[in-house]
Write a protein that binds this ligand. Structure first.
Ligand SMILES: Cc1cc2nc3c(=O)[nH]c(=O)nc-3n(C[C@H](O)[C@H](O)[C@H](O)COP(=O)(O)OP(=O)(O)OC[C@H]3O[C@@H](n4cnc5c(N)ncnc54)[C@H](O)[C@@H]3O)c2cc1C
Length: 347
């Protein structure tokens, strides 16, 4: 097996994310099962490859009554849908994390299933392990410029022969199969992120997400309280909807806190980051978390491909050639499980 990557090292969406493996966010049924399968694979790989993966869990925080109503509604049905989660009081939250802001906190939904990985290290360490453990060959700095049944052409002009070709080009819709990408409905989405250096004291513990996040993940979609919550946020803080902002925080093995994020689509995707977005993310985070210092040490953005209705984009444009893309904001959560399922189908 050979992997071609046009950059000299992984540099795209997969190293720019929170490192949250977030099964609780997936809709009940197949998607949640795939996310849980991914979680298991992450733990196996972390064990085998010596990659840090922290089974930290997560808490969705509620600071408003409508947020708490949605969490309670979800917690009622969650066990019958296969989710492992429970409601927490503010006191119980304080036992799990030092950084939840107690002011205005009503409660939270805890799930033990989420993992934290450090994508900057994990994604760059994986090739070494895949090469030594399974003999996978990596050709970095090599763009694929053309693909057909049984062959691919690399940027050095060489034509290479393969039994099967899988195109996973992320948010690049222009290089390979541009017509298919254009008609696929796939969208490009840009997210702004920030990093705060390791706090002098205290620990995050579980990933934390604010009530804004309830409108972002499919698991809450069936809750009857969600439309009212959406309407309230749209009326009170339309600037958050304008930039697709909800807020979450994770803590990596170096103690850094990774904060985000925003969602801007297609023609709104610019190379330049907006200070107003960073300010809104920090404003909303300060409402729900309390840090010893808010010293922002890095700012960046990432771009992913997302399908408007499907959880991932799958196409077979010609015999022996498959496209696997469009996992949107859940690639760290879903990719291993989707790959595993695909491999089973092909075996
Ligand atoms: C800021 C941000 C935060 C996120 N947070 C999370 C999170 O916490 N949890 C979660 O589950 N998901 C998260 N996601 C989503 C997740 O990161 C993505 O779904 C995932 O990384 C997409 O992986 P990919 O391999 O499709 O794309 P990418 O990681 O973008 O990789 C595509 C690669 O293909 C290469 N390429 C493209 N065309 C060619 C070519 N012709 N030849 C050779 N190489 C080519 C590119 O150089 C690139 O390296 C986040 C995303 C972003 C941007």
């Amino acid at each position: 097996m050979t992997v071609f990557e046009r950059s000299s090292a992984a540099s795209a969406a997969s190293i720019r994310n929170f490192g949250m493996v977030w099964p609780i966010g997936q809709p009940a049924g197949e998607a949640h099962a795939i996310a849980m399968r991914s979680r298991g694979i992450w733990l196996d790989i972390a064990n085998g490859a010596g990659i840090w993966a922290n089974p930290c869990g997560s808490i969705n925080l509620a600071n408003r009554d409508d947020e708490w109503d949605v969490l309670r509604e979800f917690a009622d049905v969650a066990p019958s849908l296969g989710y492992d989660c429970r409601l927490l009081t503010p006191g119980e939250i304080a036992e799990l994390t030092d950084f939840a802001n107690p002011t205005g906190l009503i409660g939270g939904l805890h799930s033990p299933c989420e993992l934290c990985v450090n994508p900057r290290k994990a994604i760059r360490d994986l090739p070494r392990w895949l090469a030594s453990r399974f003999g996978v060959r990596f050709e970095f700095g090599s763009a694929i410029t053309g693909v057909g049944s049984g062959w691919a052409v690399a940027s050095d002009g060489s034509r290479r022969e393969f039994d099967r070709i899988v195109v996973c080009g992320g948010a690049d819709f222009k290089t390979l199969f541009p017509d298919l990408c254009a008609s696929s409905g796939l969208r490009r989405c840009k997210l702004q992120m920030l990093k705060v250096g390791p706090p002098a004291s205290g620990r995050l513990g579980p990933h934390l997400a604010s009530g804004l996040t309830l409108r972002h993940y499919g698991n809450f979609a069936a809750c009857s309280g969600l439309p009212g919550l959406r309407d309230r946020i749209a009326a009170e803080t339309p600037e958050l909807d304008e930039f697709g902002i909800h807020v979450m925080v994770s803590q990596n093995d170096e103690g850094d806190l990774i904060l985000g994020d925003s969602h801007e689509y297609d023609s709104a995707v610019e190379p330049f980051d907006k200070a107003v977005i960073d300010d809104l993310i920090l404003r909303e985070l300060r409402r729900v978390i309390r840090l010893p210092s808010w010293n922002v040490t890095e700012r960046w953005h990432g771009i992913y491909a997302k399908h408007p209705t499907r959880s991932s984009y799958v196409a077979e444009p010609m015999p022996g050639v498959s496209i696997r893309s469009g996992v949107g904001g859940a690639g760290m959560t879903m990719a291993f499980g989707l790959a595993d399922r695909t491999w089973e189908e092909w075996s």
